[in-house]
Design a binder for this molecule. Structure first.
Ligand SMILES: Nc1ncnc2c1ncn2[C@@H]1O[C@H](COP(=O)(O)OP(=O)(O)OP(=O)(O)O)[C@@H](O)[C@H]1O
Ligand SMILES: [Mg+2]
Length: 234
């Protein structure tokens, strides 16, 4: 679904991603693990077209998207649900969702997609007229994911969805990841919750200082002694 080859990217003269290669298989959940500042969000932004790569190549479903605009990446089926939710605080829940569907791929069917999102998140329907700023953290995360779904993606880039959420809400978010995956969505997840994310993932990568230092099926990463010690505290 997504191929990242020898990617170098950063901000101005400061490079954060140093020759990183990664594969996201269709219909799987691929998780990126890594400490704060490892470069996960920078990679997500580069994939979404918000940070321009200095070197390397990105391919989505076989098509080179390295120099393609953010808008065209969304139209090609790849959507970013950013770290920190980034909902529009003064807009209503419904308006936030509607904005997720403004690309040509999703706009014609936005009402039907909205019904689907409300089916997935009944809470958002209950709060449809409320300003996004009045939602709880967990509800804002649902809104951010719902807004992503409004774009009718085939690949969702999900950056730290459980960050700052109470354990009960975090469990719900991981259940949702599992459900979206079983409905055919491909996911690339960046997460701090190593336990829960390895439990839902098919494939895992460890990112350290902008490089991949371990990769494999999620079960084998979960069983790796070095990773258990460094990331699972075992
Ligand atoms: N806009 C920016 N300008 C300059 N440097 C930045 C910018 N955004 C991030 N960085 C730097 O890039 C490095 C990687 O940050 P990034 O946000 O990609 O890490 P991360 O793996 O997502 O961390 P976290 O787990 O805390 O979300 C950090 O050293 C950070 O300070
Ligand atoms: Mg981050």
């Amino acid at each position: 679904m997504l191929e990242i080859d020898d990617l170098v990217a950063g901000y101005g003269a400061t490079m954060v991603i140093h020759g990183l290669s990664l594969r996201v298989a269709a219909r799987g959940v691929t998780v990126m693990l890594g400490a704060n500042g490892a470069g996960k969000t920078t990679l997500m932004k580069t994939l979404a077209g918000l940070v321009a790569p200095v070197r390397g190549r990105l391919r989505l479903m076989g098509e080179d998207i390295t120099r393609v605009s953010s808008d065209r990446r969304v139209r090609a089926g790849m959507v970013l649900v950013p770290e920190g939710r980034m909902v529009f605080p003064s807009l209503s829940v419904r308006e936030n969702l509607r904005l997720g569907a403004i690309n040509a791929r999703a706009l014609p069917e936005w009402r039907r997609t909205l019904d689907h999102v409300y089916h997935v998140f009944p809470r958002l329907l209950e709060r449809e007229r409320q300003q996004a700023v009045t939602l709880s953290g967990g509800e804002q995360q649902m809104l951010a994911i719902g807004r992503g779904l409004m774009a009718k993606p085939t690949l969702m880039l999900l950056d730290e969805p459980s960050l700052g959420l109470a354990p009960v809400m975090s469990v719900q978010i991981f259940d949702l990841v599992r459900r979206m995956s079983s409905e055919g969505l491909t996911l690339l997840l960046a997460e701090q919750d190593v336990h829960k994310s390895l439990a839902v993932a098919t494939q895992a990568y460890v990112v350290e200082n902008g490089r991949i230092t371990a990769e494999g099926p999620a079960e084998s990463i979960a069983g790796d002694a070095r990773i258990r010690q460094a990331y699972l505290g075992l």
